[in-house]
Design a protein around this ligand. Structure first.
Ligand SMILES: [Zn+2]
Length: 148
């Protein structure tokens, strides 16, 4: 660039007008230039941190393609449902489960099959129903009398 050039510019850092010697000059002074450089560095670092954070937040516990079994909690996260709903479906027998000592496991294949043959709404039993167990019992004789 020719040093004879005089270009009126506005400093990209402080906003004051100045006369630049080259078209590439963006700052009025070395100070503004270095401050702007530091800010760019800071922003880049901040963005890097944000990206890193977003990655950890979206990271599933396991790769869904690889898993065969999951816990009710993992399934609730996967389907975006509450844990209570998942347990209700399990209790209602809509979602099949394998109960091992202290651990309930659900097969991914079974969940996928639910999408093939969706359960009816009737299959959903709310929690409170579970707390009111059958209160009427009949002997076989009473049943015979009732049903003739
Ligand atoms: Zn400046």
């Amino acid at each position: 660039m020719s040093s004879n050039l005089k270009i009126e510019k506005v400093c990209e850092w402080c906003g004051s007008q100045f006369v630049a010697r080259t078209t590439a000059t963006a700052y009025c002074s070395h100070r503004c230039s270095s401050l702007a450089y530091k800010e760019r560095k800071r922003q880049a670092k901040l963005q890097q941190f944000k990206d890193e954070y977003a990655r950890t937040q979206n990271k599933p516990d396991k790769d869904i393609q690889e898993i065969e079994f999951m816990t009710p909690i993992e399934l609730s996260r996967l389907l975006g449902m509450s844990r209570a709903s998942i347990y209700n479906y399990i209790t209602a027998g809509v979602i099949k489960k394998l109960r091992l000592r202290g651990k309930t496991l659900i097969r991914k294949k079974d969940v996928e099959e639910l999408f093939e043959t969706p359960p009816t709404i009737d299959a959903y039993i709310p929690c409170r129903t579970q707390r009111n167990p059958i209160s009427e019992f009949y002997t076989s004789k009473e049943v015979q009398e009732k049903l003739n």
